[in-house]
Design a protein around this ligand. Structure first.
Ligand code: FA5
Length: 335
């Protein structure tokens, strides 16, 4: 009996792989295994012998099982170590194929302009995209039946509200809230119900600017516009100033820039004219000051409404406005 047990233990000890060990387990501990052989002729034994045999069988069972468990956990540890070795991950290596994001070109230029104007004492204001008719039109000297309302096709909402068609309502909110003297800019998204082409979007960005003080002149206006364009383009750009009509400024101007996509030869962006409308501006109409509670006999000022999306197109020579909101990563990854 001791020999049977010893040889079974030796076979467990000699198993070289998990599979071999499993085969030995079936032979030794299975239904026809060593323990079964040890219990085979129990009926023929005396009561004392049976007790002794029973003890021996129990001790053998324990010895075999613990030899098996020890061997098995050795194999398990080995195979786990092998797996960990082959599947080893270095969590500190940067993931491949994931490019870090970057700021949208409109945001980049908007922030540049904000920094520039802050350095000249301007405050940056924000206003709601859903506006009242009063702030978008009435307070800007555009009464209900005025043809100027047709110039900016409007998305109307319930309850007389609308999606702002320009950033000029933030001028009004700035005057109402802060009063004179005032130096403010207001970048933001605006909406127009118009057909989209290479230079027109239904949703685009403007950057409004306003300065209210004593004795503000067209000279001051031109100084700030030139400073702005030089800072953005970092080179001499050709501009032209022509009379422009906006009910909220008097006199009003259109500042156009020589198209930087085609160099002035004509292309879809400048509609073959060689010039891009970028920066309407003027001296604030006294009616507008009065409507916001500012006395025009004491204060005056200038205002401008930069087409920020178009400015970005000029700066990076983007030949179609639709790229900017396309979400196309091939486009966005260039910035
Ligand atoms: C205005 O919106 C006036 N509020 C600007 C202003 C402010 C004038 C203060 C005087 C004083 P206008 O509709 O021209 O003006 O738009 C201003 C600029 O926005 C344009 O010069 C152009 O650069 C840009 N713009 C206008 N429509 C679109 C469009 N559909 N897509 C992209 N840019 C546009």
């Amino acid at each position: 009996m001791q020999d049977l047990l010893d040889s079974a233990l030796a076979r467990i000890g000699a198993a070289q792989t998990g599979d071999e060990l499993e085969a030995v387990r079936v032979e030794v501990l299975g239904r026809k295994g060593v323990l079964a052989q040890l219990s085979k002729d129990m009926a023929k034994l005396t009561a004392d012998e049976r007790v002794a045999r029973g003890k021996f069988i129990n001790a053998s069972k324990q010895a075999l099982e613990s030899a098996y468990d020890e061997k098995k956990s050795g194999f398990d540890r080995e195979s786990l170590a092998k797996r960990l070795d082959s599947e080893w991950l270095d969590l500190t290596i940067p993931a491949s194929g994931v490019a870090p994001g970057s700021l949208h070109p409109i945001t980049q230029i908007q922030w540049e302009i904000e920094d520039l104007f802050r350095s000249m004492g301007f405050t940056v204001l924000d206003g709601p995209e859903v506006e009242t008719e009063f702030h978008n039109f009435d307070a800007l000297n555009i009464p209900g039946d005025h043809p100027a309302r047709d110039m900016q096709d409007t998305f109307w909402l319930d309850g007389g509200h609308l999606l702002r068609t320009h950033t000029s309502p933030v001028q009004v909110r700035g005057m109402e809230k802060l009063g004179p003297p005032l130096r403010m800019i207001a970048p933001g998204r605006v909406f127009r119900n118009e057909s989209v082409d290479a230079s027109h979007e239904h949703t685009f960005y403007q950057l409004e600017g306003m300065m209210i003080d004593k004795d503000v002149s067209v000279g001051n206006l031109i100084y700030f516009m030139k400073t702005l364009l030089t800072a953005i383009f970092k080179k001499e750009v050709t501009v032209r100033l022509r009379p422009g009509y906006f009910p909220f400024v008097e006199p009003g101007f259109e500042l156009d820039i020589r198209c930087l996509i085609c160099g002035g030869d004509g292309c879809p962006v400048c509609k073959q004219s060689g010039w891009v409308e970028l920066l309407p501006c003027g001296l604030v109409n006294p009616h507008v000051l009065r409507k916001s509670g500012i006395d025009p006999s004491e204060w005056n000022g200038f205002a401008f409404g930069l087409g920020l999306t178009r400015l970005v197109m000029m700066r990076y020579a983007i030949d179609d406005i639709r790229w900017l909101q396309s979400g196309d990563l091939r486009f966005l990854r260039q910035f």
